[in-house]
Design a protein around this ligand. Structure first.
Ligand code: SF4
Length: 310
């Protein structure tokens, strides 16, 4: 089947990157809340990837276009500063290791001044690689991996069909850190619903402490029509927490997780309120902000529902 170029879905911090697809969909396409669920994983031919890198190089060095290349390539290149590349899609680290290595080497040959390459990765993708393999990818400028942790609670992980446990995610994080690649972890407020909220917060704070990522981001659960979780909510099997309870969960994470040095934020568009800071230094400042919001309970201080996004 022909490889279909995926839509651009990327972490906020990759807004200035070139988006280079190696895969489409996600290898763990089962998570009950995710818009990647039940889309098959697609692998792009390495020759096709290299041709796109050739097109990138030709355009950036001499403003020439290669015939037959998707116009989106040039739309992205017009905005690109040549510094960073983000590998698409949902877990590009699943791309077979020798091919991934070759793609990164080729990028480095064509763009020797490239600063950083980034990718989403499932914990399973990371566990499949040895620390030496990850180090070799780092030598090719793979500088950061974005891992969706979602929750530290094994019960929530089982219910959302994440297919990985708390302990396996901690092991994956330790491998990334041992390789010297930066680790960014995201968790999802509200994923335990009303019934599982307390345990979701406690266990998620625990996993963040154990993983000790360089970056941690909190998202807020946003229902995607057609997903299993959406149907669970419709039939009353899952009760969503309120916006202010999502802030209470956020406060619980900031209060209970311990980090060595982590940029922690809730700036993603799904959140009702954005906080940001470096932990532990900014812990008290962030908690003061959240305490004020929770005391006032003024909905006008929250991002309106219609402005929330995935
Ligand atoms: S692993 Fe991530 S991208 Fe893949 S289905 Fe689950 S939440 Fe979605």
């Amino acid at each position: 089947m022909a490889f279909e170029r995926p839509d651009i879905i990327r972490p906020p911090s990759e807004h200035a990157s070139y988006y280079l697809p190696l895969t489409s969909g996600c290898s763990n396409n089962s998570c009950t809340f995710c818009n990647f669920s039940f889309t098959n994983l697609g692998m792009r031919d390495l020759a096709d990837v290299k041709r796109e890198i050739d097109a990138m190089s030709l355009f950036m060095h001499s403003r020439m276009w290669l015939p037959g290349v998707d116009p989106i390539v040039y739309a992205i290149l017009q905005q690109w500063d040549g510094r960073r590349v983000f590998l698409q899609d949902g877990d590009a680290l699943v791309y077979p290791y020798p091919k991934l290595m070759e793609a990164l080497q080729y990028l480095n040959v064509k763009f020797p001044a490239l600063e950083r390459i980034a990718s989403y990765a499932t914990p399973q993708d990371i566990l499949r690689r040895s620390v030496d393999e990850l180090k070799a990818l780092k030598d090719q400028k793979l500088g950061i991996l974005y891992m969706g942790v979602e929750s530290g609670d094994d019960e929530v992980l089982r219910k959302i069909k994440k297919n990985v446990t708390h302990d396996q995610m901690v092991e994956a994080a330790r491998k990334v850190k041992a390789s010297g690649i930066l680790l960014s972890a995201t968790v999802i407020l509200g994923l335990g619903g009303v019934a599982g909220s307390e345990r979701h917060v406690t266990e998620t704070a625990r996993i963040l402490t154990e993983m000790d990522p360089d970056y941690a981001g909190a998202l807020t659960l946003t229902l995607v029509p057609g997903t299993e979780l959406y149907k669970d909510v419709e039939r009353g099997a899952f009760e969503l927490i309120t916006p202010f309870d999502s802030l209470r969960e956020l406060k619980g994470l900031v209060e209970n997780a311990s980090f060595t040095n982590c940029f922690f934020s809730s700036m993603h568009a799904s959140n009702y309120f954005a906080i940001r800071g470096t932990l532990p230094q900014d812990k008290e400042k962030i908690l003061r902000q959240l305490n004020t919001l929770l005391a006032r309970k003024d909905p006008r201080l929250l991002r309106p529902e219609y402005m929330r996004g995935l």
